[in-house]
Every structure is written in C-alpha cells, then in structure tokens.
Design a binder for this molecule. Structure first.
Ligand code: NAP
Length: 475
C-alpha cells in the first residue's frame, strides 16, 4: 500500500466520523447549524482524500486532478448560490433537486463503469450487481426527484389518466421491463442492450410512480427519494471501490427511511397509502369528519389582546398558514412584548406542522425565537390544562380533537396538540376553509375557542398595536 493510499484512507475515516457526527447533530435544532458545517467539512475532506490518491500518477489518472477540482468548483459555486437565494418556502423543491442530482451522479458513475469496465477497481459479480443496483435506483431517484420538484413548483400537474387504476398497470409493465434489463445485463456481463433498457425503464418508472402523488404528500416522497439517493450512492461506492461513498450512502439511506417513517406516523398514514393511494385532500371528508360548524365565535384582535394581557402563561401553536403569511417576525415582536410584561411564552411544535419536516423550527429560528421555548408535542401536551391562552396561528389539522375523539374521522389516530385543554384558545386564520386533510375541525366549535379572522401577519400586526396601546412591552 502506497503512502498516498494510506493517507487517503485515514482522511476518509475522519470524513466518515465527521459525517456521522454531523448527521447526529442535525437531530437537534441547537446543534443543526454546526452539524451541517461539520458534514460540509467531511465532504471537503473526502475530496482532498481523493486528490491525494492521485498524487504522483501519470497519464489519464493524472488528469483526474483537473476534473475533480473543476467538479468541486462548479458544484460548490452552484450550491452556494442556491443556498443564498432559495427562500425557506421553496426548501422542499430545493431538497428534491439536490436528491435528483445525487441520483444522477450515481447513475453516471454506474454508466461510466458499465461502458468502461477496464477502469474499475472492483470487478466480477460484486461490481456487476452494484452497477445494476446503482443504475436502477439512480435512474428512479433522478427522474422521480425532478418530477417532485416540478410538481411543487407548479410546473407539472398530474394528467387525468394517471389518476386512474391504469397507472398501476403501466408502472408494473415498467418494473418488469427494468427487471428484464437487469437480468439481461447480468446474463451478458454488462451488455449494452440490457443496460439501456434498465436505464430507460427505471427512469420512466420514477416518473410513473411520482407523477400521480398529491402535492401535499410530496414532502414524504422527497424524504423517501432522499433515502433512495443514499442507496444509489452506496451502490456506486461498491462500483468504484469507495468505502467513504458506501458508508455515507448507507447513512443517508437509513436516515431518509427513518424520516419517512416519522413523517408517515405524524400524519397517521402508511407509506403504501401515500405512494399508491393518491391525495388525502378533500376526498377524505367523505369518510367521516365532515359536517357543518354550529357554534363559531369570533373576536377582534383588540379582544384577543385584552385576554392576553391578563394571562400568565401563553402557548403559541404555529402552522402552515404562519409560513404562508411569513408572519414569523411579527409573531416574535408580539411574544417579546408579552415576555417583557412577565408573561410566560412557549411554542408548541407538532412533528408535521407545515409542509416539510422541521418547517416550524426553521421558520421560528429565522425570527430568533430562543430554542428553549420550542416544546415538542409530548412535552407540551400535559401542560395545556395549566395554560391560560393558546394562540393557534395558521394551524388546523395538528390541533383537531377529532383525531382523538372521532373513530370515523380520517384523522383518527394522528397524534395532535391538545390545545382545547387550555382555558382560552384563539385561532387565527383567514376563513373557515379546511386544512391539508380537507375536514372540519371540531376545535372551532368549542365554547373556549374564538376565531380571529384575517391573514396571520395582519392579525399579529394589529395585535401588536393593541398590546402596545394597553401599555404592554414597556419595561
Ligand atoms: P393545515 O392543516 O394545512 O392548515 C393550515 C391552515 O392555515 C388552513 O386551515 C388555512 O386556513 C390557514 N392559512 C393559510 N394561509 C393563511 C394565512 N395567510 N394566514 C392565516 N392562516 C392561513 O396546517 P397544519 O396544522 O400546519 O398541518 C399540517 C398538515 O400538513 C397536516 O395535515 C400534515 O399531515 C400535513 N403534511 C405535513 C408535512 C410535513 O412534513 N410537515 C408533509 C406533508 C403533509 P384559511 O385558508 O382559512 O386561512
């Protein structure tokens, strides 16, 4: 073993450790920023390790330096520009695009290995099976992620025939074609006919599986595709004999799968129903949970401010509507005023509030809300009976008591925030329209609930003025 190879392995080992620490750190809001930087350093080290591996080589291998540096520079600049420019609300699309890039990279590595087998470090059955897996998963991830991104951007909608059962037949036919391609590749030790059949069939399968899925289910699919991109990278690692790629790919694959499961649990849906059942949406209301509102009480921001003034403990429940209204900064001003008046403020974070994992955490972090005030569902639920006022801001499904009380409701079984246990609940939303699930919310009919109608940013702005008029916020 040469000195440069030993150095490369040592650097890769450090990179793997840093990546593992980075992924672990991402699970806590407080450590997430540093963890992300740690993972970036790990990737930087991986590139350095690769460059060292080519030290002193001549011929084609020496040219690898240039390609690696060029790829790093182009990818780094594009990544930095994207990170600066993309607004928080477009994060799911961005993640989808990055997953697609990951899938495409693994696909290209596998294609290069299949077309130029002489350049491979690994050989024989392991390399061949790895190429097949990498091409299959890489193609599905690439096309599926691009479709997911285009749907979220509103560039693509589901054609009518894709909503029918016919789509299952088409997808099964594509899966069979991909299987035939894979078998043909293995039989002919990487023959071109099998390879291209596998590339095309699995690419079309990625489109066929993702296109019918409803827009609001897309975050779950994106998380699953993220897991696939990890699997494809791990397979590509076997193809080129890179331990780093194998370990990193396996970690991403497992983390993506766990996240997908957490999201499905949070929505009380099975992965099968997300992938094959179409959108939850309005159709769900037919299965129970519908009906008319009979006891709606509404009030003005002024009345809301008077109740808040008398409170000792207030819990804020942020939801999708808060993100839509971009009202996080105004909210922070309101809570600052309450805190200055000696009122205890906490934020109740439901695991699937909003439209992507951690949506509310990121939104509130943008407005400098202290991490200590963010309480997870299991932590805050027992505290609602001792809470004076709950302010529900653009949230709906995550505070629907039907999930606990109505066995016929499509939401039944979904874990929710027990806000109705508090003394008074104010719900800020624009009208009586339903949330993502498309069903009635029994909370709105309860005697201790008052609706404050209006855009969340406007209502919070008015609330702030009223609180200040009451003299709150002055030291
Ligand atoms: P939600 O149930 O979708 O309700 C959002 C509410 O916000 C709506 O009722 C809407 O009512 C209101 N709203 C919209 N724009 C507003 C504005 N500008 N100002 C004030 N209110 C506004 O949201 P959620 O309670 O956060 O629940 C999230 C839902 O998404 C769950 O069903 C979850 O399963 C699903 N989901 C989450 C994820 C995830 O990863 N987080 C992924 C997929 C699906 P009006 O129109 O009347 O204002």
């Amino acid at each position: 073993m040469t000195a440069s190879l030993i150095t490369k392995y040592a650097i890769e080992l450090i990179a793997v450790l840093l990546l593992a620490l980075g992924i672990k750190g991402l699970s806590k809001v407080r450590s997430a920023r540093g963890a992300n930087q740690l993972a970036a350093v790990a990737m930087g080290l991986a590139v350095i390790g690769l460059l060292i591996n080519y030290l002193g080589t001549t011929g084609i291998a020496a040219g690898a330096w240039l390609w690696i540096l060029l790829g790093t520079a182009v990818g780094g600049v594009l990544g930095a520009i994207t990170a600066q420019r993309v607004p928080m609300t477009s994060m799911p699309e961005t993640v989808a695009l990055f997953n697609g890039c990951g899938g495409m990279s693994s696909l290209l590595v596998a294609l290069a290995a299949a077309l130029y087998p002489a350049a491979l470090e690994a050989s024989g059955a392991v390399a061949l099976v790895s190429i097949v897996v990498s091409v299959f998963v890489g193609s599905i991830t690439f096309t599926g992620s691009i479709v997911a991104m285009a749907k979220l951007q509103g560039w693509l909608s589901t054609p009518d025939w894709m909503q029918s059962k016919l789509r299952h037949a088409v997808n099964i036919a594509l899966a069979v074609a991909a299987l035939v391609g894979a078998i043909e590749m293995l039989r002919t030790s990487g023959g071109a006919t099998g390879l291209w059949l596998l590339v095309v069939a699995s690419g079309l399968l990625g489109i066929g599986v993702t296109l019918p899925i409803g827009g609001a289910d897309m975050p779950v699919v994106i998380s699953l595709l993220n897991s696939y991109s990890g699997v494809a990278a791990a397979a590509a690692g076997f193809v080129v004999g890179s331990q780093l790629l194998i370990v990193a790919g396996a970690m991403v694959g497992a983390a993506g799968l766990i996240l997908t499961q957490v999201m499905c649990d949070g929505m009380n849906r099975s992965l099968v129903s997300v992938l094959f059942g179409g959108a939850l949406g309005a159709s769900a209301s037919g299965g129970g949970g519908g009906g008319e509102y009979t006891n709606i009480t509404s009030c003005s921001p002024e009345e809301c401010a008077l109740t808040l003034e008398a409170a000792e403990r207030v819990v804020i429940v942020p939801g999708y509507g808060l993100a839509v209204a971009q009202a996080q900064h105004t909210l922070r001003e309101v809570t600052r005023v309450l805190e200055t008046a000696g009122i205890d403020v906490a934020y109740a974070i439901h695991p699937v509030a909003g439209r992507m994992p951690g949506h509310m955490n990121v939104l509130l972090a943008e407005a400098d809300v202290p991490y200590e005030q963010l309480k997870e569902m299991d932590q805050i639920n027992p505290e609602f009976p001792a809470t004076d006022v709950v302010l529900v801001l653009g949230a709906n499904d995550v505070v629907n008591p039907q999930a606990k009380n109505d066995t016929t409701s499509p939401l039944y079984g979904m874990p929710v925030l027990d806000v109705q246990e508090a003394r008074t609940v104010f719900v800020v939303k624009r009208g009586m329209s339903a949330g993502y699930s498309g069903i009635k919310n029994d909370l709105f009919d309860l005697a201790n609930t008052s609706m404050v109608f209006g855009d969340a940013k406007k209502v919070l702005g008015d609330l702030l003025t009223e609180l200040k008029d009451l003299g709150l916020g002055k030291k």
